[in-house]
Design a protein around this ligand. Sequence first.
Ligand code: MN
Length: 191
Amino acid sequence: MKQFDWDRGFPVDFDLNTGRSKAAETTRRYLSQMQEMFFDAEAVKEILKKEDPLIYEFYELGCPERQGDLAFGTTILYPGMVGDEFYMTKGHFHTRLETSEVYYTLSGEGYMVMENPEGSTAEIPLKKNESVYVPRRYAHRTVNTGSVPLILFFVFDADAGHNYGTIETKGYHKRVVARDGKPAVIDNLKW
Ligand code: MN
Protein backbone atom coordinates (compact mmCIF):
# COMPACT_ATOMS: atom_id res chain seq x y z
CA MET A 1 0.00 0.00 0.00
CA LYS A 2 1.75 3.10 -1.30
CA GLN A 3 -0.14 5.67 0.75
CA PHE A 4 1.54 4.46 3.93
CA ASP A 5 5.17 5.53 4.07
CA TRP A 6 6.73 3.43 6.82
CA ASP A 7 10.08 5.18 6.44
CA ARG A 8 8.95 8.81 6.50
CA GLY A 9 5.69 8.67 8.48
CA PHE A 10 2.07 9.28 7.53
CA PRO A 11 -1.33 10.14 8.92
CA VAL A 12 -4.20 7.71 8.50
CA ASP A 13 -7.93 8.18 8.80
CA PHE A 14 -9.64 5.00 9.88
CA ASP A 15 -13.11 5.42 8.52
CA LEU A 16 -14.93 3.85 11.42
CA ASN A 17 -18.21 3.71 9.56
CA THR A 18 -18.56 7.45 9.87
CA GLY A 19 -19.38 7.80 6.20
CA ARG A 20 -16.19 9.65 5.31
CA SER A 21 -13.95 8.43 2.54
CA LYS A 22 -11.97 5.33 3.39
CA ALA A 23 -8.23 5.67 3.79
CA ALA A 24 -7.62 1.99 4.44
CA GLU A 25 -9.36 -1.23 3.48
CA THR A 26 -10.69 -3.68 6.03
CA THR A 27 -10.31 -7.42 6.21
CA ARG A 28 -13.63 -9.08 7.09
CA ARG A 29 -14.41 -12.20 9.09
CA TYR A 30 -17.78 -13.83 8.58
CA LEU A 31 -19.41 -16.55 10.68
CA SER A 32 -18.74 -19.13 7.95
CA GLN A 33 -15.00 -18.56 8.52
CA MET A 34 -15.29 -19.12 12.28
CA GLN A 35 -17.68 -22.05 12.53
CA GLU A 36 -15.58 -24.22 14.83
CA MET A 37 -14.82 -21.36 17.20
CA PHE A 38 -18.30 -21.00 18.58
CA PHE A 39 -19.31 -23.63 21.10
CA ASP A 40 -22.87 -24.26 19.87
CA ALA A 41 -22.45 -26.00 16.51
CA GLU A 42 -26.23 -26.30 16.05
CA ALA A 43 -26.73 -22.57 16.55
CA VAL A 44 -24.00 -21.90 13.96
CA LYS A 45 -25.78 -24.16 11.47
CA GLU A 46 -29.16 -22.53 12.05
CA ILE A 47 -27.78 -19.02 11.51
CA LEU A 48 -25.86 -20.02 8.37
CA LYS A 49 -29.05 -21.47 6.84
CA LYS A 50 -30.43 -17.93 6.76
CA GLU A 51 -27.40 -15.64 6.50
CA ASP A 52 -23.63 -15.36 6.94
CA PRO A 53 -23.24 -12.47 9.39
CA LEU A 54 -20.17 -10.27 9.47
CA ILE A 55 -18.62 -10.85 12.91
CA TYR A 56 -15.72 -8.40 12.75
CA GLU A 57 -13.46 -6.43 10.46
CA PHE A 58 -10.09 -4.81 10.93
CA TYR A 59 -7.81 -2.36 9.17
CA GLU A 60 -4.55 -3.80 7.89
CA LEU A 61 -2.10 -1.16 6.77
CA GLY A 62 0.50 -3.60 5.48
CA CYS A 63 3.22 -2.59 7.91
CA PRO A 64 6.52 -4.23 6.92
CA GLU A 65 7.47 -6.91 9.43
CA ARG A 66 10.76 -5.27 10.38
CA GLN A 67 12.31 -5.10 13.81
CA GLY A 68 11.52 -1.68 15.28
CA ASP A 69 8.36 -1.00 13.28
CA LEU A 70 5.03 -0.82 15.07
CA ALA A 71 1.98 -2.27 13.38
CA PHE A 72 -1.29 -0.64 14.34
CA GLY A 73 -4.91 -0.45 13.33
CA THR A 74 -8.46 -0.76 14.51
CA THR A 75 -10.86 -3.66 14.90
CA ILE A 76 -14.63 -3.33 14.67
CA LEU A 77 -16.36 -6.23 16.43
CA TYR A 78 -20.11 -6.25 15.90
CA PRO A 79 -22.70 -6.99 18.60
CA GLY A 80 -24.46 -10.33 18.37
CA MET A 81 -24.70 -13.87 19.69
CA VAL A 82 -24.25 -17.43 18.52
CA GLY A 83 -26.34 -19.53 20.88
CA ASP A 84 -25.50 -18.16 24.33
CA GLU A 85 -22.05 -16.95 23.26
CA PHE A 86 -21.19 -13.36 22.38
CA TYR A 87 -19.57 -12.45 19.08
CA MET A 88 -15.78 -12.58 19.35
CA THR A 89 -12.62 -12.40 17.28
CA LYS A 90 -10.62 -15.51 16.37
CA GLY A 91 -7.77 -14.47 18.61
CA HIS A 92 -4.16 -15.54 18.32
CA PHE A 93 -0.78 -16.01 19.93
CA HIS A 94 2.07 -13.97 18.55
CA THR A 95 4.56 -16.16 16.71
CA ARG A 96 7.24 -14.39 18.70
CA LEU A 97 5.61 -15.28 21.98
CA GLU A 98 7.61 -12.70 23.95
CA THR A 99 5.80 -9.72 22.38
CA SER A 100 3.00 -7.70 23.94
CA GLU A 101 0.23 -5.48 22.58
CA VAL A 102 -1.77 -2.43 23.62
CA TYR A 103 -5.47 -1.98 22.92
CA TYR A 104 -7.55 1.15 23.42
CA THR A 105 -11.34 1.05 23.44
CA LEU A 106 -12.87 3.74 21.21
CA SER A 107 -16.45 2.57 21.62
CA GLY A 108 -18.52 -0.24 23.05
CA GLU A 109 -17.75 -2.72 25.80
CA GLY A 110 -16.59 -6.28 26.22
CA TYR A 111 -13.70 -8.43 27.37
CA MET A 112 -10.14 -9.18 26.40
CA VAL A 113 -9.90 -12.94 26.92
CA MET A 114 -6.33 -14.13 27.39
CA GLU A 115 -4.37 -17.28 28.19
CA ASN A 116 -0.75 -18.36 28.04
CA PRO A 117 0.68 -21.72 26.93
CA GLU A 118 0.89 -22.83 30.56
CA GLY A 119 -2.89 -22.47 30.86
CA SER A 120 -2.99 -19.31 32.97
CA THR A 121 -6.11 -17.33 32.00
CA ALA A 122 -7.27 -13.72 32.45
CA GLU A 123 -10.29 -11.74 31.30
CA ILE A 124 -9.98 -7.97 31.35
CA PRO A 125 -13.06 -5.75 30.84
CA LEU A 126 -12.89 -3.43 27.82
CA LYS A 127 -14.41 -0.04 28.59
CA LYS A 128 -14.65 3.04 26.41
CA ASN A 129 -11.64 5.37 26.77
CA GLU A 130 -9.60 2.75 28.65
CA SER A 131 -6.50 0.86 27.56
CA VAL A 132 -5.68 -2.77 28.11
CA TYR A 133 -2.17 -4.19 28.17
CA VAL A 134 -1.86 -7.67 26.72
CA PRO A 135 1.34 -9.07 28.22
CA ARG A 136 3.95 -11.18 26.47
CA ARG A 137 3.11 -14.86 25.99
CA TYR A 138 -0.68 -14.38 26.16
CA ALA A 139 -3.06 -15.36 23.37
CA HIS A 140 -5.74 -12.71 23.10
CA ARG A 141 -9.26 -12.49 21.75
CA THR A 142 -11.86 -9.76 22.12
CA VAL A 143 -15.53 -10.33 22.93
CA ASN A 144 -18.36 -7.83 22.42
CA THR A 145 -20.82 -8.06 25.32
CA GLY A 146 -22.65 -4.83 24.46
CA SER A 147 -25.28 -3.72 21.97
CA VAL A 148 -23.10 -1.44 19.82
CA PRO A 149 -19.93 -2.16 17.81
CA LEU A 150 -16.84 -2.64 19.97
CA ILE A 151 -14.14 -0.53 18.31
CA LEU A 152 -10.52 -0.96 19.40
CA PHE A 153 -7.26 0.65 18.41
CA PHE A 154 -4.23 -1.66 18.71
CA VAL A 155 -0.47 -1.47 18.33
CA PHE A 156 2.17 -4.21 18.48
CA ASP A 157 5.68 -5.10 17.32
CA ALA A 158 5.46 -5.39 13.54
CA ASP A 159 7.57 -8.54 13.48
CA ALA A 160 5.55 -10.28 16.23
CA GLY A 161 3.76 -12.55 13.75
CA HIS A 162 0.37 -14.19 14.24
CA ASN A 163 -0.21 -17.78 15.25
CA TYR A 164 -3.89 -18.62 14.85
CA GLY A 165 -3.44 -22.37 14.55
CA THR A 166 -2.77 -23.36 18.14
CA ILE A 167 -5.77 -21.56 19.56
CA GLU A 168 -7.96 -22.45 16.57
CA THR A 169 -7.70 -26.18 17.11
CA LYS A 170 -7.95 -26.30 20.90
CA GLY A 171 -9.99 -23.17 21.56
CA TYR A 172 -9.68 -21.05 24.68
CA HIS A 173 -10.08 -22.31 28.24
CA LYS A 174 -12.79 -19.72 28.87
CA ARG A 175 -15.95 -18.62 27.05
CA VAL A 176 -17.99 -15.44 27.50
CA VAL A 177 -21.72 -16.16 27.51
CA ALA A 178 -25.00 -14.55 28.56
CA ARG A 179 -26.37 -15.84 31.87
CA ASP A 180 -29.60 -14.28 33.20
CA GLY A 181 -29.13 -11.41 30.78
CA LYS A 182 -25.62 -10.65 31.96
CA PRO A 183 -22.18 -11.53 30.56
CA ALA A 184 -20.47 -14.38 32.39
CA VAL A 185 -17.09 -16.06 31.95
CA ILE A 186 -17.35 -19.85 32.09
CA ASP A 187 -15.08 -22.84 31.47
CA ASN A 188 -14.95 -24.15 27.91
CA LEU A 189 -16.09 -27.74 28.30
CA LYS A 190 -14.58 -28.65 24.94
CA TRP A 191 -11.07 -27.82 26.11
MN1 MN B 1 -1.99 -9.57 18.71
